[in-house]
Design a protein around this ligand. Structure first.
Ligand SMILES: Nc1ncnc2c1ncn2[C@@H]1O[C@H](COP(=O)(O)OP(=O)(O)OP(=O)(O)O)[C@@H](O)[C@H]1O
Ligand SMILES: [Mg+2]
Length: 380
């Protein structure tokens, strides 16, 4: 790991007005564009010069004796009386891919911001690579790569310049950055766009550039806040592939998402979070095993009939043997039948004279886990 020079002042807290806090939380981990960021740094430097860390703290090499990348206990963030994060406990093991899965407003970004040392906590504890972000903000940030929920690239700079300028923020030497930028552009499959302005990139390319940029300091831990929201399937798969490669290299990945397929694809372990609280924790397969059936039958009988049929279906299926029937869920547009053997459940219903307009048998997913735990769908 590179030992960057570190900006000492806590720029995020110092230079962002509290009234901007809401906007900041909703958008970003690092809420400001690079240009503003550098302005902040410039301002900061007028007060405190760029300084290398002291010898004791300069050693940014990972302490391999610490198995835990992140450890949170009773972590809480309140805005007035409202608890955005309400006393959560979790740990992330070094080298694993850990997910925070939850709907809008669950507290995912707020948690990420506390990890990233850009938001203070109200109570509880958190350690990142053994350090308290609130006490050792610069050291923690130096170990992290951050992909905010919304890209905050500098649109007026070229693709390559974005990486170099970001590296300058870490105080990394220009010579190092010139080579590093080329390496990262190749990694992000953006070499052909090196001289293009950011504004000319597609959404997927911007996301890849944000990821490339976040790797400039060779972070131990990568925080990804909804890395693929808004991208088409192909762009998502390219990003997933890049994240797999980083994981293979030993980078710890912490990501938020409300896409269950993304969580299932990428995460070794995850927490399901809602209203600032943890609803469940485990690997995707453990969560599905513990909170759902193996299969799900989705049926549509027409908007008006779905709800009225649910009780009859529940009675029919409940009386049948060998289906492993669990329950029926009524969604606005369809019915979900939870059963170990949903194919046989469908046959049984056909034999009983039920004729859905459409039917589909599928495996249970994390969406079903979430529905089971909260009674609500993940995507609003
Ligand atoms: N500065 C603030 N002041 C007051 N409330 C806030 C502030 N920042 C966040 N919140 C609230 O905290 C809750 C959690 O917000 P957060 O951004 O962490 O959610 P999220 O899980 O990331 O949601 P999304 O999926 O929409 O990004 C929301 O209800 C949000 O409105
Ligand atoms: Mg968010």
């Amino acid at each position: 790991m590179f030992s960057p020079w570190i900006i000492l002042p806590e720029y995020a807290d110092e230079f962002i007005a509290p009234e901007d806090d809401l906007k900041r939380c909703q958008c970003d981990l690092y809420p400001i564009t690079l240009r503003e960021h550098l302005w902040s740094v410039d301002s900061a430097l007028r007060k405190l010069p760029l300084m290398p860390l002291s010898p004791e703290s300069t050693s940014l090499a990972p302490d391999l004796s610490i198995d835990s990348a992140i450890q949170a206990r009773e972590l809480t963030k309140r805005y007035g009386n409202f608890a955005a994060v309400d006393g959560i406990d979790f740990h992330v093991t070094r080298g694993e891919a850990f997910g925070l899965l939850g709907p809008n407003g669950a507290g995912k970004s707020t948690t990420m911001r506390m990890i990233a040392a850009v938001a203070s906590r109200t109570s509880g504890t958190i350690e990142v690579a053994g350090l308290d972000p609130q006490v050792h903000g610069p050291e923690v940030r130096a170990r992290l790569g951050v992909i905010p929920q919304q890209d905050n690239l500098d649109e007026e700079l070229t693709v390559r310049e974005n990486i170099i300028m970001y590296g300058r923020y870490f105080g990394l030497p220009r010579r190092y950055l010139l080579d590093k930028a080329d390496e990262l552009l190749e990694f992000a499959q953006l070499t052909h766009k090196a001289k293009a302005r950011v504004e000319s990139l597609s959404g997927g390319m911007k996301r890849r550039l944000t990821i490339a940029r976040s790797l400039v300091n060779e972070p131990e831990i990568l925080l990804l806040d909804e890395p693929t929201t808004g991208l088409d399937p192909q762009a998502r798969h390219i990003l997933w592939d890049r994240l797999f490669r980083l994981k293979e290299r030993g980078t710890t990945l912490v990501l938020t998402t409300h896409h269950m397929d993304e969580a299932e694809q990428l995460c070794d372990r995850l927490i399901v979070i809602d209203h600032g609280r943890i609803m469940a924790e485990g690997s995707p397969s453990e969560l599905i095993r513990d909170h759902s059936t193996r299969e799900v039958l989705e049926m549509r009988f027409g908007m008006d009939r779905n709800a009225e049929l649910a009780t009859a279906l529940e009675r029919d299926l409940g009386a049948a043997a060998g289906l492993g029937f669990q329950r029926v869920e009524v969604l606005p547009d369809r019915l979900l039948v939870y059963a170990e053997d949903a194919e046989s459940a469908l046959k049984h219903l056909h034999l009983g004279g039920h004729k859905p307009v459409t039917s589909l048998v599928r495996r249970s997913s994390l969406e079903d886990v979430f529905l089971r735990l909260t009674g609500r769908s993940l995507v609003d």
